[in-house]
Write a protein that binds this ligand. Structure first.
Ligand SMILES: [Mn+2]
Length: 416
């Protein structure tokens, strides 16, 4: 059995807080990525397309997406490709407007609740090549370990488990809600030839024998989802040597570039050149960067003569919009909170003034010889702890590289 494994497509994500044009492009990009996954399935003549949940972002399904999905399902039907779609927490099967209600063609199997479904996959001519065992989320906060409800496989043909789940040990799982939690140790001994997983948006191989994979999000949606995104092409024909290959498909990529050599930059043009050079250097060291559009976050940090200007929204917006042109990006966001004055901090540390006092205090706290006994916890917004040691550790972390920032705040007449 050969198939394409995708997950976390999140069609119709609202992308609030972005411009209309960018929002529209990102919504299109999610569909485009899915269309490319369908293209891949057809081109590679696979037997099945597996969707491991969160095909939709939420209840509201746009007309464009409804038309689009039925069209793509029809293309797969024309090529005799089976689709198995197990729902996730974003697109649960019980929803009133959810995925189950579309008029899917008969090649599409939607598994929208905790009743396991065993789907026979065949070649175009009807020869059986494997089974997909799928189970879905009925509601938005499934708390059961659904993996345990899937049946033991028979031995005759390759069998796959398809599931939207949070596997305890996966990288980045702490960033996701622990819905339908499962244990890697159980998945490993369940007897399947492959586990096609969704939920954690970072693509990763949890095991290689049998292969257990998160496909990751098909198209990144925030700066937290950087890097190449796409689908997995899986071949279980040789059951003792299965292959899994990543195929990048996302038309839009999210990346962050950090620029920290700004000590001698004293004009907008120079600053833009520095960012451009840093961006191009970063691009040249990466593969697979051709033919994509970029959502770029530029992080400016360290000493810079322009630090005061960079504190202003208006100036930062102008810089971002010019950088968008220069880098040829879809959107550029500039973060400049880490920029501070070019100062001989050591000189200031010696002085008997407020800045000198603040720098000496910060150094003392970092060194751990100040008990922080005069800090009223109520002043430390967001910190809830009764434990002085962890409070001290937290404050020390805050002050780790803070000298420049402290100086900026105390020297900036506009800083509050
Ligand atoms: Mn998701």
């Amino acid at each position: 059995m050969r198939f394409v494994h995708v997950a976390d497509v999140h069609l119709d994500t609202p992308f609030t807080g972005r411009s209309d044009a960018v929002r529209r492009r990102l919504r299109d990009a999610s569909r485009e990525a899915f269309r490319r996954a369908v293209d891949l399935a057809i081109r590679e003549e696979v037997h099945a397309l597996l969707i491991a949940g969160d095909l939709f972002d939420g209840d509201r399904l746009s007309f464009t997406t409804e038309r689009f999905l039925l069209e793509q399902a029809g293309r797969l039907a024309d090529h005799g490709i089976t689709v198995v779609y197990a729902t996730g927490n974003h697109d649960p099967g019980s929803s009133d407007t959810g995925p189950r209600l579309l008029d899917w063609p008969s090649n599409v199997h939607v598994v929208g609740d905790a009743t396991p479904s065993k789907v026979l996959v065949t070649t175009r001519s009807g020869e059986a090549v494997g089974y997909v065992n799928a189970i879905g989320h009925a509601g938005p906060s499934e708390s059961d370990d659904l993996s345990r409800a899937l049946p033991r496989p028979a031995a005759d043909l390759p069998e796959v488990g398809l599931l939207h789940t949070q596997v305890h040990s996966s990288v980045g799982s702490a960033d996701h809600h622990p819905y339908a939690p499962s244990e890697l140790t159980y998945l490993l001994r369940a007897g399947y030839d492959y586990w096609a997983l969704g939920h954690v948006h970072l693509r990763q191989e949890l095991a290689d024998d049998p292969p257990i994979w998160y496909a990751g999000s098909l198209q990144g949606r925030t700066h937290a989802e950087r890097g190449e995104r796409g689908a997995l092409l899986v071949d279980l024909t040789d059951r003792s040597g299965p292959t899994v290959a990543f195929r990048p498909l996302a038309p839009v990529r999210w990346e962050t570039v950090t620029v920290d050599r700004l000590d001698s930059v004293s004009s907008l043009d120079e600053l833009e050149r520095q960012v451009q050079v840093a961006w191009e250097n970063q691009r040249s060291s990466e593969s697979g960067a051709a033919d994509v559009e970029w959502m770029v976050r530029v992080v400016l940090t360290g000493p810079c003569p322009l630090w005061g200007t960079l504190r202003g929204d208006e100036d930062r917006d102008l810089l971002a919009s010019e950088l968008r042109e220069i880098l040829g990006a879809l959107e550029v966001t500039v973060l400049s909170e880490g920029v501070h004055p070019v100062l001989a901090l050591d000189d200031h540390r010696e002085r008997v003034d407020v800045l000198g006092e603040a720098l000496r205090l910060a150094a003392a706290v970092r060194a751990g010889d100040t008990p922080l006994k005069n800090l009223d916890p109520a002043d430390l917004v967001g910190i809830v702890t009764d434990e002085p040691a962890s409070l001290a550790r937290y404050v020390r972390e805050l002050l780790e590289d803070a000298d420049g920032e402290i100086a900026a705040h105390l020297l900036d007449p506009q800083s509050s």
